[in-house]
Design a binder for this molecule. Structure first.
Ligand SMILES: [Zn+2]
Length: 480
C-alpha cells in the first residue's frame, strides 16, 4: 500500500509467505508509527498460519512482535483481506488450468507420435512442426515393440532386429506403416490404406531370401509419376537427378513394362542360382538351391523384361526385387504422394528415391557392373529401324535348313530383301561390340552363308549377355 493510505492504530494484512500456487499467508498487524522513507513500524496482532519451515522468502512472526516493514509489503486493510485473497486464488487457478491444458496437449501429442492407429487420417505433412522433428528417448523402441505386436512376430522377436528395419523411415511414417495391415486395405483416406503396400514390402524385407516380390506386381504408373515428380521438384530447385541408363525397349515388350522401364527399369532383381541356366528363378525358389539374396546374382529389371515368358520359372514366377528395405521406403513415399494427389514433395520422400538409387548403385558396384553395359548398347542400337513381317524371312534365312519351310512363305524378291535386312541388322549389332570383338564389316554383297555364320558368331558371343537376341534383331511380330 502507499504510505499515505496507512493510518496509525488500524490493522492490516502483512504477508509472511507467498506460495506459488495459493494466496499468501498473512499476519494481522497494527500500525504503530509511520516512519517515512516508505517504512512503517507495526506490532503483530495475530501471526496467522506458520509458513512451512525453510520455505524460500518466508518470514515467521510472533504475537506482539514489533517490526519495521516497507509500506509496499502491506497488502490491504485487514477487513478487506478475505475478498482480496479469494481474487488472488481465482487468478492463480486460471493460470494453473491453462498450464495443465498445455501440458496435457504436449503429452498427448507426444504419446500420439508412437500411437499406432490404422484409422488415422493420412497427415497433410509428416514434418512435425511442434516437435521440430526431434526424436525422444524410447520412441523408436516403442515403435519396434509396436511392430512386433502388430505383425504378431511372437515372443522371440527382438526389438533390436526390428529397429533396423524401421530405421530409414521418419518416426511418424514408421508409426503409420506399422498401423497398416499388409493383407487388408484400410478405409480410403486412412494411413491403413496408404501404407498397405509399404507394409507388405517391409514384411518381405524382413525375410528377403524367403519372400519373392515381383516388381511387375508391385510397381506401376503412379510410381513412374512419383519418380518424375521428384526429379521435377529437384529440377525446380536447380538440381538434377541422373537416373541409371535404361535402353529403349522394343515394341514387343509388354506395354506395362515399357511404361515403367524408363523411370524404374534400373531396379535390381535378385536371381536364384541354377546349374542349367535354362530358366531364371527367384532367390528362395524351391526348385533351386540358392545363396541368400545379399550374395546372389542380380540384374536390372529391364533386362528381365526382355526375357521370354518361357524362361521364367513357373514355380516362383521368376526373380523378385532385391533391395527390399529401400524399396519399402520408396513405395511409402510414392503412395503418400499419390494419396495426397500430388503436391509438394517432402524431403523424406526425395530421400526415399535417392536411397533406392543408392541401393541399386551399391549392388552394381559389388558385381563390378558399369553404368552402361554391352547389353545396354546392343539393345539401344537395335531399338531403331526394327523390322516388321520381313524380320521373319530374315530370321528363317539365318536358320538355314531349319528355316527353309518358313522361308517359302516369302517371294524370291522378299527373300532377297530379307538377306539385306539380316546383313544390316547384324552390322548394327556388331557396331556396338568393343573393338576386340568386332569383326570386319560385312560386305554389301555378302552371300547368305557368310551372313549366317556371322549371325551364329554373334549369338554365341552374346548368349549370356542379351536375352532374346533374335527378337531384338528381327522383331518376329506375333512370336510369344
Ligand atoms: Zn523358380
Amino acid at each position: 500500500m502507499k504510505q499515505a493510505e496507512l493510518v496509525v492504530g488500524d490493522v492490516y494484512a502483512f504477508p509472511t509467505y507467498k506460495p506459488y500456487d495459493d494466496a499468501p499467508l498473512v499476519a494481522c498487524v497494527r500500525v504503530v508509527s509511520v516512519d517515512g522513507n516508505g517504512k512503517v513500524t507495526v506490532r503483530v496482532v495475530e501471526p496467522g498460519a506458520m509458513p512451512p519451515k525453510g520455505a524460500w522468502g518466508a518470514q515467521a512472526v510472533k504475537r506482539n512482535e514489533k517490526l519495521q516493514v516497507t509500506t509496499r509489503s502491506i497488502v490491504c486493510p485487514w477487513d478487506e483481506w478475505p475478498v482480496h485473497a479469494e481474487s488472488i486464488r481465482a487468478e492463480q487457478r486460471a493460470v494453473q488450468a491453462k498450464n495443465a491444458a498445455r501440458r496435457l496437449e504436449a503429452e498427448e501429442r507426444h504419446a500420439d507420435r508412437v500411437l499406432v492407429d490404422g484409422a488415422r487420417a493420412l497427415p497433410v505433412r509428416y514434418r512435425d512442426e511442434l516437435l521440430d522433428d526431434h526424436e525422444y528417448d524410447g520412441e523408436r523402441d516403442a515403435l519396434a515393440e509396436a511392430y512386433i505386436t502388430a505383425r504378431k512376430l511372437g515372443p522371440y522377436a527382438k526389438a533390436e532386429d526390428v529397429k533396423g528395419l524401421l530405421e530409414d523411415f521418419p518416426l511418424l511414417v514408421a508409426r503409420d506403416i506399422i498401423a497398416a495391415d499388409p493383407r487388408d486395405q484400410g478405409a480410403p483416406g486412412t494411413v491403413g490404406a496408404t501404407f498397405m503396400r509399404a507394409a507388405r514390402v517391409l514384411e518381405a524385407a524382413q525375410y528377403p531370401s524367403e519372400t519373392v516380390l515381383h516388381p511387375d506386381d508391385l510397381l506401376g504408373e503412379s510410381d513412374v509419376a512419383f519418380v518424375e515428380a521428384v526429379c521435377g521438384s529437384i529440377a525446380a530447385a536447380g538440381g538434377e537427378v541422373v537416373l541409371p541408363v535404361v535402353p529403349p525397349l522394343p515394341s514387343w515388350v509388354d506395354e506395362e513394362h515399357r511404361t515403367v522401364a524408363g523411370s524404374l527399369g534400373w531396379l535390381r532383381v535378385a536371381i536364384g542360382d541354377t546349374y542349367s541356366g535354362q530358366r531364371v528363378h527367384a532367390v528362395g525358389c524351391r526348385r533351386v538351391q540358392s545363396r541368400p539374396v545379399s550374395q546372389a546374382d542380380h540384374k536390372p529389371w529391364w533386362l528381365l523384361m526382355l526375357e521370354s515368358r518361357d524362361r521364367l520359372c513357373g514355380v516362383c514366377d521368376g526373380p523378385g526385387a532385391r533391395d527390399l528395405k529401400a524399396l519399402a521406403s520408396f513405395v511409402a513415399a510414392a503412395d503418400v504422394w499419390r494419396d495426397r494427389e500430388g503436391g509438394e514433395i517432402e524431403p523424406w520422400q526425395q530421400v526415399a528415391l535417392l536411397r533406392l538409387l543408392a541401393a541399386a548403385s551399391a549392388a552394381r558396384a559389388v558385381i563390378a557392373e558399369p553404368d552402361i553395359t554391352l547389353a545396354t548398347r546392343i539393345t539401344t542400337a537395335l531399338a531403331d529401324n526394327a523390322p516388321g513381317e520381313l524380320g521373319w524371312a530374315a530370321y528363317a534365312l539365318m536358320r538355314g535348313a531349319w528355316g527353309r519351310r518358313e522361308l517359302q512363305r516369302f517371294t524370291p524378291q522378299e527373300q532377297e530383301s530379307a538377306l539385306a535386312l539380316a546383313r544390316d541388322r547384324l552390322a548394327t549389332a556388331e557396331a556396338s561390340l568393343p573393338d576386340s570383338q568386332r569383326p570386319i564389316r560385312l560386305p554389301q554383297r555378302a552371300d547368305p552363308d557368310l551372313v549366317r555364320q556371322r549371325y551364329q558368331n554373334l549369338k554365341t558371343l552374346l548368349e549370356d549377355t542379351v536375352p532374346q537376341l533374335d527378337r531384338l534383331l528381327f522383331t518376329l511380330p506375333g512370336a510369344d
